[in-house]
Design a protein around this ligand. Structure first.
Ligand code: GDD
Length: 320
């Protein structure tokens, strides 16, 4: 019999790539979908074998039902309010979904499917103002946003359920990961779409916030592979997943505009409305443990990633 996986956040960038990856591996895949009167499923429309169950991370009974229905061997909790600036506007909602939501999923597994393996989508945002130049599992956590604090709560809930109930529950501390399926508000996609639109004469300028912020950006396809690998380990443990390199927002703009033959500096303007109440200045992953113990490393470089995103945006905008 094939293995069964349940993915929360299946309509998002990571959820859609992970569902694709697991279906290709022969898994039976269930995705938790929040009920909406209009459909927002463009990322998973092509996955005809994906089974959807209605549920919401705010509602324990719906999670209990989803776990009972899917009877999963593996559960991937990818659902969250994931846009950091919006978490400052909705700190309570963010705590409820991004923080408590993970605990609700863990509790549903504990009650109904205690042998299922659990993956929690943790994040480099829990490092926040990290004192170390590169961040590893030993780096102290100092989150700088309601999103980061909520993810830290979810992190410790995962560790706690593992220790208290002997569950196979792990956190993947993933650094930024992008793709042509990235939401349009996140900085890489905003830049690649902006560069594409400007080159086609559809837009004149691109307004950004802090150009000096540095992030360790990888490709989401590489990162869903790491999620799956973490649940195939003999014993549950945390891993940091990134590329080990970081680049500034300015660097990202430079590569994206270069791909369309333009100079970024002629089109990018800084608008303070995109600055955050508290910023995370620089993040860079130490991925030595992932390489050694997990046998994982990224295959797609930053340059390839940004150029792929620009090309995808050009195609989309030309089709309109
Ligand atoms: N969104 C955005 N828009 N960010 C901008 C802009 C802008 O116009 N201008 C500069 N930035 C800077 C932000 O201030 C931040 O320092 C950096 O670009 C990256 O911002 P985002 O792309 O929004 O991502 P993030 O780093 O805050 O968080 C993402 O990655 C985390 C780690 O994987 C999100 O996907 C999180 O959900 C995820 O946990």
């Amino acid at each position: 019999m094939s293995d069964t996986a349940l993915i929360t956040g299946v309509t998002g960038q990571d959820g859609s790539y992970l569902a694709e990856y697991l279906l290709e591996k022969g898994y039976e895949v269930y995705g938790l979908e929040r009920w909406k009167s209009t459909r927002g499923k463009s990322r998973i429309d092509h996955l005809s074998d994906l089974k959807l169950v209605n549920g919401d991370l705010a509602d324990q009974s719906s999670l209990d039902r989803a776990v009972r229905e899917a009877e999963p061997d593996e559960v991937y909790n990818l659902a969250a309010l994931s846009f950091v600036p919006e978490s400052f506007n909705q700190p309570i909602h963010t705590g409820n979904i991004t923080g408590l939501g993970a605990t609700r999923v863990l509790d549903a597994i504990r009650k109904h499917q205690p042998n299922a393996k659990f993956y929690q989508a943790s994040t480099s945002e829990i490092f926040g103002n990290a004192p170390d130049k590169t961040q590893s599992i030993e780096t102290p956590f100092q989150p700088r946003s309601p999103y980061g604090t909520s993810k830290l709560y979810a992190y410790w809930s995962t560790v706690n359920f593992r220790e208290a109930y002997d569950m196979f529950a792990v956190n993947g501390i993933l650094f930024n990961h992008e793709s042509p399926r990235r939401g349009k508000n996140f900085v890489t996609r905003k830049i690649t779409r902006g560069a594409a639109a400007i080159s086609l004469g559809l837009q004149e300028k691109l307004e950004l916030g802090n150009l000096d912020a540095k992030r360790d950006w990888g490709h989401a396809k590489d990162y869903v592979r790491a999620m799956h690998m973490m649940l195939q380990q003999d014993s549950p443990e945390e891993f940091v997943i990134g590329t080990g390199e970081h680049h500034s927002v300015r660097d990202c703009a430079r590569v994206a505009f270069d791909e369309v033959g333009l100079n970024w500096d002629d089109y990018v303007e800084v608008n303070e409305k995109y600055f955050r109440p508290a910023e995370v200045d620089a993040l860079k992953a130490d991925i030595s443990r992932a390489k050694e113990n997990l046998g994982w490393e990224p295959r797609i470089s930053f340059d390839e990633l940004i150029r792929e995103m620009v090309q995808a945006d050009l195609e989309q905008l030309q089709d309109k």
